[in-house]
Design a protein around this ligand. Structure first.
Ligand code: SAM
Length: 377
């Protein structure tokens, strides 16, 4: 693949390697895994493809420049030296957001306004404008990020976060982010033709993401991206990426995905979300207590995000539920079971040591993903 640009796919803590695998599977090269981000080379078409296809990344940013700055002068001059006019159109709107960690320039508002001033000055010179820039056109969100005095300047190609797939019209109290739900599925060996259950499906995020993965449907198919309106990228790259996604979707793949929840309202919401995602009747939804799970299949996958019982008074109830669930699911030794919870006693309560555990963050809540591999049939 041609290298014209350096892209940065941002990732939730703990998901970097999952994002990196997706990036490599899409054919991108020179992939580097760093804290909370994956850096890789791409051509213009790659900007569209990365946005359309990455299931577990938060955003795709375009790297404009990197340098060291310990003073505001250094920040200003080096920002101004970058070719902003090659990216931001004359009427482009470019708000600047920022973050700073372990750096001399620790005041984020000051860094943001210095960067803004530097870009304004550069653009006025290059576009020959004496007065104000109009900023009435497409949105180019600039980020200035400082880490140990190293400045990284990027443009956000995604717009709203990639978890916004465009299908969530309803949600419960604790919906899972779509990117994390996709990661939970990708961290298993499930293939589309095997039975798949989420016994605590809530608004249906895990089954919906599984169905999109099962039929190889691009997660960004239903939404727009900020960079679609950028004039230095030809409209062609988005049309081609959508065409490619349409070709690669495997709508004939039969799926056996079930989403169940004790709360009938959640089932209604999950159904509505699945319909919005264009999945129609592909997923079977049912109001059911997880403890009533039954299957005659020789094996399958249970992937769930049950309540954690973090609120006062709920913990005991949830712990009893884990105990009963462990006993009930012990009848299905050939099934693979994946449970994400913040309860540290989960293995003891469930009655089995996990085959594998992985630390994951659900927002700011530290959880573990307990993975029980099914015995060979
Ligand atoms: C953390 S939420 C799941 C959120 C879901 N992953 C989403 O994205 O919306 C936990 C769900 O478990 C359900 N639940 C609680 N006890 C249950 C039980 N015994 N059987 C089945 N579902 C239960 C709740 O109604 C709630 O929707």
């Amino acid at each position: 693949m041609k290298k014209d640009y350096t892209l940065i796919a941002t990732a939730a803590m703990g998901l970097e390697s999952v994002v990196a695998k997706e990036v490599k599977d899409l054919g991108f090269e020179n992939v580097k895994v760093e804290n909370s981000r994956v850096v890789f080379d791409a051509d213009a078409a790659g900007i569209a493809r990365a946005n359309l296809w990455l299931r577990t990344a938060d955003r795709v940013k375009l790297l404009i420049g990197e340098f060291e700055a310990k003073t505001y002068d250094e920040l200003f001059e080096q920002t101004k030296a970058l070719p902003w006019e090659a990216f931001i159109s004359e009427d482009g709107e470019f708000p600047v957001i920022g973050k700073s960690h372990k750096s001399k320039l620790y005041s984020v508002p000051d860094c943001q306004s210095i960067v803004k001033k530097a870009i304004v000055e550069r653009m006025k010179q290059k576009y020959g404008i004496a007065q104000w820039l109009k900023e009435s056109g497409a949105l180019y969100r600039v980020e200035v990020a400082l880490l140990k005095d190293q400045v990284t300047l990027t443009l956000d190609t995604s717009g709203s976060g990639l978890h916004k797939r465009g299908y969530r019209i309803g949600q419960g109290e604790a919906p899972l982010k779509e990117t994390l739900a996709a990661a939970l599925v990708q961290l298993t060996n499930w293939r589309g033709d095997q039975p798949f259950y989420d016994l605590f499906c809530g608004s249906g995020t895990i089954p919906i993401e599984a169905a999109l993965i099962g039929q190889n449907i691009a997660p960004g198919f239903n939404r727009e991206f900020a960079a679609e309106n950028w004039s230095f990228l030809s409209a062609d790259i988005w049309d081609k990426a959508l065409e490619e996604a349409e070709d690669l979707a495997n709508y004939d793949q039969e799926l056996h995905i079930f989403g169940t929840d004790i709360n009938p309202k959640m089932i209604d919401i999950a159904k509505a979300n699945a319909t919005e995602a264009g999945l129609g009747d592909l997923i079977t939804w049912k109001q059911m207590n997880a403890l009533d799970f039954h299957s005659d299949q020789l094996g399958g996958y249970i992937i769930s995000n049950p309540p954690y019982g973090e609120r006062i008074g709920q913990k005991e109830e949830v712990e009893k539920l884990y105990e009963k669930l462990g006993k009930h699911l012990a009848q299905y030794p050939t099934w693979s079971i994946y449970i994400m919870t913040a309860n540290e006693k989960f293995e003891t309560l469930f009655g089995r040591e996990a085959s594998k555990k992985r630390k994951l963050f659900n927002g700011f809540i530290r959880t573990d993903y307990y993975q029980y591999f099914g015995k060979k049939k």
